[in-house]
Design a protein around this ligand. Structure first.
Ligand code: ITT
Length: 216
């Protein structure tokens, strides 16, 4: 079934993110999965925002489609913000959620409850074929448990109890996590900015932007 929503490439290989972003952005844009469409390069930025913008730009360069991407992770107070941008490969192998979580728990074994604060951070970015980009940062603060709890979500979800709650983000329903999560907050803020940038009027009156290609 074809949709009248604008088509935007979702530049991620992480299936947990794909599920969340399809729920969060699904009504606003038609998300196209990467499905081998582009090959992500190494994440070399110094910040979440730099990495998110690089992923989105790279996807546009390789596919010609508008693209959204995020860079996200867990920033642990007792580790001065690490694993941070290294969250996906903290234990060495990229995307090994179980090993990452177990290594983090061992590193924090002597850290008392009062100092187990942490936050999930997300930089949500878009890039357009005409070179325009935008990025939004958001955080979900909480405290880290001493053992995993819950089967939902992905990554470090079984460890983080959001402030004001008694369950981990892995024990929330998908909708409950989306409502408060770093990714939910960041992409809900980015969505209207992306839609405004994609609207034909955003090009029609500007005199500084590059010329539009004639429609084929
Ligand atoms: P892409 O770059 O392909 O999008 P990735 O998994 O490599 O996928 P990141 O570099 O942004 O993505 O790293 C994200 C990591 O941060 C992820 O693998 C988890 O370990 C952690 N993380 C991010 N958001 C999370 C969430 O909502 N719940 C639990 N862990 C999360």
């Amino acid at each position: 079934m074809s949709s009248s929503l604008p088509r935007v490439l979702l530049a991620t290989n992480n299936s947990g993110k794909v599920a969340e972003l399809r729920r969060i952005l699904g009504g606003a844009v038609e998300l196209v999965g990467i499905d081998g469409a582009y090959r992500p390069g190494p994440e070399t930025g110094a910040t979440f925002a730099e990495n998110a913008l690089a992923k989105a730009r790279e996807a546009v360069e390789q596919t010609g489609l508008p693209a959204v991407a995020d860079d996200s992770g867990l920033a642990v107070d007792a580790l001065n913000g690490m694993p941070g941008i290294f969250s996906a490969r903290w234990a060495g192998r990229h995307g090994d959620d179980r090993a990452n979580l177990e290594l983090l728990l061992r590193q924090l074994s002597d850290v008392p409850d009062a100092r187990r604060g942490a936050g999930f951070v997300c930089a949500a970015a878009y890039a357009l074929p005409d070179g325009r980009t935008d990025v939004v940062l958001a955080e979900l603060r909480g405290a880290l448990l001493r053992a995993p709890r819950g089967d939902g979500g992905f990554g470090y979800d079984p460890l983080l109890v959001p402030d004001g709650m008694s369950v981990t983000t892995a024990e929330l329903s998908a909708a409950e996590k989306d409502a408060i999560s770093h990714r939910g907050q960041a992409f809900r803020a980015l969505a209207p900015r992306l839609l405004a940038a994609l609207a034909p009027a955003a090009h029609a009156t500007g005199s500084t932007g590059p010329p539009r290609r004639p429609a084929r």
